[in-house]
Design a binder for this molecule. Structure first.
Ligand code: AMP
Length: 192
């Protein structure tokens, strides 16, 4: 049983690593960004609402995001554990997640943070913009997303550090190399 979070700045490869961790640990990876993008693609009311914020690199409001996460975490496939990717991003979302977990008598086992230097991230994201055409990957929006990460999400990391469940991994390097570091870190955190 593993319930964990992966946190990292935009471009740190957290989505890619989340997929790999999910496969290796046999738990479902839930990415709020992916759920939003699927809704944008399907032009659902949730997608139409979220798109305005995503294109500007802003956070989708908690009124939308929190309910979406609560609903997702009530599905049967999270029973053996889960890996949340991209949530919580603010301390208010930490409080909300705490309440969801407390309702189910559950707690988090590990919070993994991928670290990377801002300039390296900007370089990576501009490269990804060329390949994928993601509408939130231009330099102004990228820098705004990084500012939000430092201002809003680093305090989230701090909270989990204070709870003693944070483990940090250097996200710079080849994808396989980072996966090995991540799996080692999870193993040590679980036996700590
Ligand atoms: P990501 O793929 O995790 O980088 O998320 C892409 C975008 O989805 C973000 O820039 C936000 O606009 C939105 N988003 C994803 N997760 C959250 C969240 N926890 N709170 C608010 N907005 C979010």
């Amino acid at each position: 049983m593993t319930r964990m979070l992966i946190i990292g700045p935009p471009g740190s490869g957290k989505g890619t690593q989340a997929e790999r961790i999910s496969e290796r640990l046999g738990v479902v990876a839930i990415s709020t960004g992916d759920i939003f993008r699927a809704n944008v693609k399907g032009e659902t009311p949730l997608g139409v609402e979220a798109k305005k914020y995503m294109d500007a690199g802003d956070f989708v409001p908690d009124s939308v995001t929190n309910k979406m996460v609560r609903d997702r975490l009530s599905e049967d496939d999270v029973e053996p554990g889960f890996l949340l990717d991209g949530y919580p991003r603010t301390t208010a979302q930490v409080d909300y997640l705490d309440a969801i977990l407390a309702d189910g008598d559950q707690k988090l086992d590990v919070v993994l943070q991928l670290t990377a230097d801002d300039e390296e991230l900007v370089k990576r994201l501009l490269g990804r913009a060329k390949e994928t055409g993601r509408s939130d990957d231009n330099e102004g929006v990228i820098r705004h997303r990084l500012d939000l990460y430092h201002g809003q999400t680093e305090p989230v990391v701090q909270k989990y550090a204070e709870r003693g469940i944070l483990t940090q991994v250097d996200g710079i390097g080849g994808i396989d190399e980072v996966t090995e570091r991540v799996m080692e870190a999870i193993k040590s955190a679980q036996t700590a």
